[in-house]
Structure formats: C-alpha cells, structure tokens
Design a protein around this ligand. Structure first.
Ligand SMILES: Cc1cc2nc3c(=O)[nH]c(=O)nc-3n(C[C@H](O)[C@H](O)[C@H](O)COP(=O)(O)OP(=O)(O)OC[C@H]3O[C@@H](n4cnc5c(N)ncnc54)[C@H](O)[C@@H]3O)c2cc1C
Length: 436
C-alpha cells in the first residue's frame, strides 16, 4: 500500500462513496477510495430504482454511457391480502421524456461504472481492501485509516465514512451507535430472468419503458415491511423486507416471506417461467430523522446509509446517498480551497449546513414521526387495514343478488368491528399528521 498522504480517504465504493470520491477527485483533490469487495458493487444490494436528478448533479451526461435498465413510466401501489391486491396504478407518458426521471439499474454494473468515473476523474480506487480502523492523532483528530493490507496505515486530511448501514469503522470508533434493530430492516431479493419481450407484454411496456410495484399488506405477516417488484431489461427484481426487531419477535424467516410473496396469486403470473440467477440479502436503515447520528467531527464525515440517510417511507436511499456523498465531497473541496484549510469539526460542519438545507434533511425531518407510527402499529397497517380494504373492494364488485345497501352496511360493520372506530380514526389522524 502506498505511503503517500491523501487529501481524502473514502471508505466504501457504493452510491455515497462514489459520489463523494467523484466530487473531490473532479475538483482536483488527491483521493484514495477503499472498497472491501472484489469490485465496486460486488457486495451492494438495491431494488433498484435510481433517481436521475441526483446522479445528474454529479455526472450531468450520465445517460451517454451509464448501465441503465428501464426508465419508469408506471408505478403500482398494491395493498394485499392473502388472495388479492387492491391497486393504485399511476402511468404517464410524461415519463417518456428526453431525460427520464427514474431508472431501474443493477448495482453490480452501476457501481462499477460510477467507480470508473472516479478513476477517470483522477481518484485512486483500491478494491479487496478493508479499512479496519481509524487512525487518530494525539489531539483526537482522524488522520487516516488502518487497512487489512499488511497492517498498513494510510494518512489523509479527512476520512469520508461511506461504509453502508452496518459499517464497522464508525461504530467501532464510537462515532455513532450500532443501529438499533427497530431502526433497521432486513431485505431479501431475487433476480428472475425472463426474455425482454415477455417482460414487455406482461407489463404492457414498449422499448425501454419500465414498471414497478410496491406492495404492502399481509405479505409481511403483521410485521412492518414492504415487498417490491421492479422490471429490468431482461430480469425482474423481486424482494421483501421487514424490521429486524419484528423478525426477532415473530421468528419469521425472511426467505419464507419471499417464497410466499412469489407464490401470491397476484405475483406468481408475473414471474412465471423465470429463471432465478441471483439471491441477495441486505440491511436498510429505517429509523428516519431521529436515527441520524453525528454527521462530522475532527477529520471525519459520514454519508449515505452509514448516516441513516434513507427515506424508507418513500423507498428512497440511493438518491440520499448520492446527494449526501456529493455534498460532503463539495464541502471538503471548499474547505481545501481555502488555502488548504484544516479539516476539523468546525470547518467540516459546512457539510451539515449544506445537507440541512437540502431535500435530504427537509424530507426526513418533516416525516420524522412516520417510521415509529408504522413500526409500532404494524399489525393494523400491515394486516387489519389491508384485509378490510380487500373486503370492501370485493364487497363492492361482487354481484350475487344481495342488495347494495346490505353490502355497504356489511363493509362498514366490518371496519367498526375489526378495530374500535376511535382506534381507526386515531390511526388515520396520526397517519395524516405524520405524512406531510
Ligand atoms: C433490497 C433493497 C432494495 C433497495 N431498493 C432501493 C431502491 O429501489 N432505490 C433506492 O434509492 N434505494 C434502495 N435501497 C437503498 C440503497 O441501496 C441504499 O440507500 C444505498 O445503497 C446506500 O448507499 P451507500 O453508498 O451509503 O451504502 P452501500 O451501497 O451499502 O455501500 C457501502 C460500501 O462500503 C463498502 N464497505 C463497507 N465497509 C467497508 C470497509 N471497512 N472497508 C472498505 N469498504 C467497506 C461495502 O462493500 C459497500 O461497497 C434498497 C436497499 C435494499 C437492501
């Protein structure tokens, strides 16, 4: 390992690490990026919807060569019980725009591409290298990292911790707590391969158009969690995730949930005949605003999932990771440009100032009560209400000679029976006030 000193070391080559490394390298900083995986993306898991706006802010012309699967024209939201789904589908030709807003991607390919951009911008990327600890000076400033390469220490003015949700560097150094099980979901995902034309005909797609389904209901067996189905060019990403604390309480197994989700009568026909080639499991930070740790200190900043910057309610993570990584990289470049400025807690707070003014903190802070509401009342939101909605929908469409008024009374009675009316009203009010 090199003995040179760097302006910055970035730990991790996921979305946030690549964004930070690119932002700094493209501004002329001497950047070393360490990735424990065989290649960038080899260990990373995402659904995966990628939000173009946040990548455009880093690489404006990314559409020229980024490995993109489909641009999304349709979003389906499904509320499911064991045999049905009640859906809201939004499809718009507006999304067939010159610069589409959202794409599906495959992280293994995408992270490799973004990392190549970091190298082209002048950054040095070392894979199969794990940062094992932070190196400190006697004044308590981080001055570099130790790695698993022959006990080497690499020095830098600042370390960017982009090590993901279960990154050990920051927690070992006491910079943040190990995420609590009630704030982290475990998601499992499979990649189902199908011919391109089969995917197009099953979802009504033309060319590179894509469709995604977000699903909640009895598929999570009362736990706080959602399922998803995303169309790629020649594959379908299918997965489900629930809070770790819920898995621990219920002893449900993630893979059994995914198996049941695949066999659900609304999902099974969409993946029929597919060949499963990949299986992956990963954590997702779900604590929202209240779980965000300290974002910077003497000689270090933390970005992306490691900083719990994930908007689980809206299923957004990679965009917050890219945005926070870019903002950290830009803040460090500004400090550096001030005559090689010192990277201490006071100067690095510029990153927090920029982040606080952005959509990242704005969104998370406005919905800060949402995670705990959904997590504490999960049996209501994920079992009782979906079953009632399904019951109401079926009552509405089934025709068997029963007078409509009787059906309406039966539906209303079911709602009132299943949950006291005040419980229902109170959940609705709390949901409305948390959802701003
Ligand atoms: C199943 C699933 C579906 C998701 N779907 C979506 C979606 O559709 N859209 C969306 O926007 N977000 C989604 N997310 C969230 C999204 O994946 C994350 O928010 C995003 O990957 C965070 O990026 P990151 O760079 O912070 O962390 P990561 O992508 O986890 O990257 C961390 C990197 O650091 C490396 N690393 C860790 N420790 C060390 C070390 N000590 N030394 C060297 N390298 C290290 C890891 O190998 C990894 O490459 C999903 C997540 C999951 C699990």
């Amino acid at each position: 390992m090199t003995k040179e000193k760097f302006d910055a070391i970035v730990v991790g080559a996921g979305m946030s690490g690549n964004a930070a490394a690119y932002a700094m390298a493209s501004r002329g900083l001497k950047v070393l990026q360490l990735e424990r995986g065989e290649y960038p993306g080899s260990k990373n898991v995402q659904g995966a919807i990628m939000y173009a706006n946040m990548l455009e802010a880093i690489i404006p012309d990314f559409r020229n060569d980024a490995p993109l699967e489909r641009h999304l024209v349709e979003q389906r939201f499904w509320i499911m019980d064991d045999t049905s789904h009640t859906g809201m589908h939004y499809r718009s030709d507006d999304f067939n725009e010159v610069t589409p807003n959202r794409y599906t991607i495959i992280r293994a390919q995408f992270d490799k591409w973004l990392s190549r951009k970091v190298c082209e911008a002048g950054g040095t990327v070392l894979c199969e290298t794990t940062a094992t600890g932070l190196e400190w000076d006697s004044a308590g400033k981080a001055i570099g990292v130790r790695t698993d390469r022959a006990g080497d220490v690499v020095l830098a003015d600042v370390v960017v911790l982009a090590e993901g949700v279960n990154g050990l560097l920051g927690t070992r150094a006491g910079l943040r707590e190990v995420p609590k099980s009630k704030n982290v979901a475990l998601a499992v995902k499979e990649l189902h391969f199908l011919p391109e034309e089969v995917i197009a005909s099953r979802f009504g797609l033309t060319g590179d158009e894509g469709c995604v389904i977000e699903a909640g209901g009895t598929i999570s067996r009362g736990m706080a969690g959602l399922g998803f189905l995303y169309t790629n060019k020649e594959s379908i990403s299918l997965g489900i995730g629930c809070l770790i604390s819920n898995f621990a309480e219920t002893m449900e197994r993630p893979y059994a949930l995914l198996d049941a989700f695949k066999r659900h009568p609304s999902i099974q026909p969409l993946i029929a005949g597919s060949e499963v080639k990949e299986y992956a499991a990963h954590l997702i930070p779900e604590g929202g605003f209240n779980a965000i740790p300290r974002l910077c200190g003497n000689g270090w900043v933390v970005v992306g999932d490691a900083a719990q910057l994930n908007n689980a309610v809206h299923r957004e993570g990679s965009n917050l990771a890219m945005a926070s990584g870019r903002m950290a990289g830009e803040a460090i470049s500004i400090i550096k440009s001030r005559g090689g400025g010192v990277m201490d807690k006071a100067s690095l707070s510029l990153y927090k100032t920029i982040l606080d003014k952005s959509f990242v903190v704005e969104d998370l802070s406005k919905q800060k009560d949402m995670p705990s509401l959904l997590h504490t009342n999960s049996p209501n939101f994920f079992t009782t209400y979906p079953q009632l909605i399904s019951h109401a929908a079926q009552n509405f469409v089934r025709v068997d000679g029963t007078p409509k008024i009787e059906r309406e009374i039966a539906t209303t009675a079911a709602f009132l029976r299943a949950r006291s009316r005040w419980g229902l009203v109170s959940d609705a009010v709390r949901l409305a006030s948390a959802w701003r």
